[in-house]
Design a protein around this ligand. Structure first.
Ligand code: ZN
Length: 173
């Protein structure tokens, strides 16, 4: 699907509202409730064309201000990450079964609800250290709550009250 010359990914979900977001790699994703009329989704998307253009512009400006992801930067990140996990595992009393550092284009981290394995995107290396702390706290919190419900956010808030600021930085705001 296209909006203003930009390719938009479409996902159909069991949700109530149409929504639009940018993935970490900048690709717009339109979430469509199951059973929603195609024409309604198209109308929604054309209403949001300006939003997409604005967001992409902001991203472009931001990516110019980010340090380039050099092998040295990725290496330093890779060496720093275990101590970040160690600190928050101790503080939160939660421990994943394994941690993997990956090139994830669509998210900053993930936590498998069954295997308890956490993956972290090495693109975080380009952001301030506190953003890595936030993502680690976020994924550790998923070991207790495998959702983004109020209890999950209360847990994140308890250990990392600056989460809103970091989320905004990672969203490019
Ligand atoms: Zn999450």
């Amino acid at each position: 699907m296209l909006a203003g010359g930009t390719e938009v990914l479409v996902e159909v979900k069991d949700c109530r509202r149409l929504s639009l977001r940018l993935r970490a790699d900048g690709r717009p994703v339109l979430t469509v409730p199951a059973g929603c009329a195609w024409s309604r989704a198209m109308a929604f998307l054309s209403d949001q064309e300006q939003w997409i253009r604005d967001r992409l512009l902001v991203r472009e400006e931001r990516s110019r201000s980010l340090p380039p992801l050099t092998p040295e930067l990725a290496r330093a990140f890779w060496f720093r990450l275990p101590s970040v996990f160690e600190r928050w595992e101790k503080e939160m009393g939660l421990r994943p079964s394994a941690v993997a550092v990956k090139d994830m284009s669509s998210r900053w981290g993930s936590c498998h609800p069954v295997t308890k394995k956490i993956s972290i995107s090495f693109r975080l290396a380009q952001y301030p250290d506190e953003c890595t702390d936030y993502v680690v706290v976020h994924e550790l919190a998923h070991l207790r709550h495998a959702n983004h419900g109020p209890e999950f956010w209360a847990l994140v808030e308890r250990y990392f009250p600056e989460h809103k600021k970091c989320r905004a930085i990672l969203r490019g705001k």
